[in-house]
Write a protein that binds this ligand. Structure first.
Ligand code: ACO
Length: 328
C-alpha cells in the first residue's frame, strides 16, 4: 500500500473519428458485426499527432486542471508500445515540451502493452519521494495496424491519458497488483518494422500487430478477475464504488461483471467511442470520469487491465474525504 493520491487528470485522442461503417468500406466487415462482438461504435485515429504529441496534450490538461506549478514535477513516466522513436523516450519528449529541462526530473518509458499505465502508476508510487509524478499512457496504435486485416483494425484507436500523483497525508492510498507471463503461442504480437535485420531470415515476419482473438479473450476473462481479487484482498467487491477497466471489449467486461457480481452500471466504459487504445485506455477513461466529476471523495475505485506479454495489473484507489477536487 502506498500513501499517494491523484491530484489531476487529463486526456487526448486522435483527431479523426472513424466509424464502423467507415471501416466497412476498407475491409469486409459491418457495423453490426463490430458492435455485437466488441461494443465498439467508433474510434479516433491520429492523422498528424504522434504518441508524444497526444501525451503532451493530456499532460497539459492534467496540469491545467490540477492548478499545480508544473515545476513541482520530478518524475515523468510514459507507458506506450508505440513510441515516436527508439530513443529518446516519449517521457523525455514530454519533459522537453513542458519546459522542465532545468528541473530535477527523472523521465522514462515503460512498455507493458495495455497494462502499461498500471505498471507505470505502480512504479511512480514506489519511486516518488517529494514533488509530483506525471504518469501517462499514450498510444498511436494506428501506425502498427494492418488496415487490411479485419481481425485487428476494427478494435483499436489512438489516445492518451495523464495523471498527476503526489504523496498523501490525508489517508488517501493506492494498492497495486501486477503480473506477467509468457505468450508462447504469440497470441498478441508485433515484430515491429525496422531495426530488425534478423527478420530477413524469418519466413513470416509480422511487422503489424496480429492477434489470436479467442486466445486473448480467454486470457482476459481469467486475468481481470484475478487482478481485481488480489487488490480486494479480504474486502468484498461491494466496497468498490467504480471499476475503470481496460477498454478492450464489452463482452469481456460483461463476463467480469457476472463473475464478480459487480454491476455493469458501476463500470466506467468509453470503448464505444474510442475502441481499445492500449496503454492509453485506462487513463483516458479515468480522465473522462474525473472531468465528469464521477470520481468523488470517500470513494474506492479499481483500475484494471490486461495486455500483450502477457501482462495484467490492477490498482485499488481510496480517496479520502476533502482530498482533491479542483473545481474545474
Ligand atoms: N468483421 C467481420 N468478421 C470478422 C471480423 C470483422 N471485423 N473479424 C474477424 N471476423 C471473422 C473471422 O474471420 C472469423 O471468421 P471464420 O469463423 O470464418 O474464420 C470469425 O469472424 C471469428 O468469429 P468469432 O471467433 O466468433 O469472433 P469472436 O466472437 O471471438 O470475436 C474478437 C472476435 C472480437 C476479436 C474477440 O475474440 C475478442 O474480443 N477477443 C479479445 C480481443 C482483445 O481483447 N484484444 C485486445 C488485445 S490488445 C489488448 O488490449 C491487450
Amino acid at each position: 500500500m502506498e500513501n499517494v493520491k491523484i491530484i489531476g487528470c487529463g486526456y487526448a485522442h486522435g483527431s479523426k473519428c472513424v466509424t464502423n461503417d467507415d471501416l466497412g468500406k476498407i475491409v469486409e466487415t459491418s457495423d453490426e458485426w463490430i458492435r455485437s462482438r466488441t461494443g465498439i461504435e467508433q474510434r479516433t485515429v491520429s492523422e498528424t499527432m504522434n504518441t508524444s504529441d497526444l501525451a503532451i496534450q493530456a499532460a497539459k490538461m492534467a496540469i491545467e486542471k490540477s492548478g499545480i506549478d508544473k515545476h513541482k514535477i520530478s518524475l515523468i513516466l510514459v507507458a506506450t508500445c508505440t513510441p515516436d522513436h527508439v530513443t529518446p523516450s516519449c517521457a523525455c519528449l514530454v519533459q522537453e515540451a513542458l519546459g522542465l529541462n532545468d528541473d530535477a526530473v527523472m523521465a522514462f518509458d515503460i512498455n507493458a502493452a495495455c497494462s502499461g499505465f498500471l505498471y507505470a502508476l505502480q512504479c511512480a508510487a514506489k519511486l516518488l519521494d517529494q514533488g509530483v509524478a506525471l504518469v501517462i499512457g499514450a498510444e498511436t496504435l494506428s501506425k502498427i495496424l494492418d488496415w487490411s486485416d479485419r481481425n485487428t483494425c476494427v478494435l483499436f484507436g489512438d489516445g492518451a491519458g495523464a495523471v498527476l500523483m503526489e504523496r498523501s497525508q490525508d489517508g488517501s492510498y493506492m494498492s497495486f497488483y501486477a503480473r506477467s507471463k509468457g505468450d508462447k503461442e504469440h497470441a498478441l504480437f508485433c515484430d515491429g518494422r525496422s531495426l530488425q535485420p534478423h527478420l530477413k531470415n524469418v519466413d513470416d515476419p509480422k511487422p503489424y500487430l496480429h492477434m489470436n482473438g479467442r486466445e486473448v479473450f480467454r486470457f482476459a476473462i481469467r486475468s481481470m478477475p484475478d487482478a481485481i481479487e488480489h487488490v480486494l484482498g479480504k474486502e468484498s467487491i461491494d466496497s468498490i464504488d467504480m471499476i475503470i477497466p481496460h477498454q478492450a471489449n464489452i463482452r469481456i467486461l460483461e463476463y467480469v461483471s457476472r463473475k464478480l457480481g459487480f454491476p455493469m452500471e458501476k463500470m466506467f466504459i468509453n470503448l464505444d467511442r474510442f475502441g481499445n487504445t492500449s496503454a492509453a485506455s485506462v487513463p483516458l477513461a479515468l480522465g473522462q470520469a474525473w472531468e465528469q466529476k464521477k470520481i468523488k471523495e470517500n470513494m474506492n475505485l479499481i483500475l484494471v487491465g490486461f495486455g500483450a506479454g502477457f501482462t495484467w495489473s490492477a490498482c485499488r484507489i481510496h480517496i479520502e474525504g476533502g482530498n482533491h477536487h479542483d473545481d474545474q
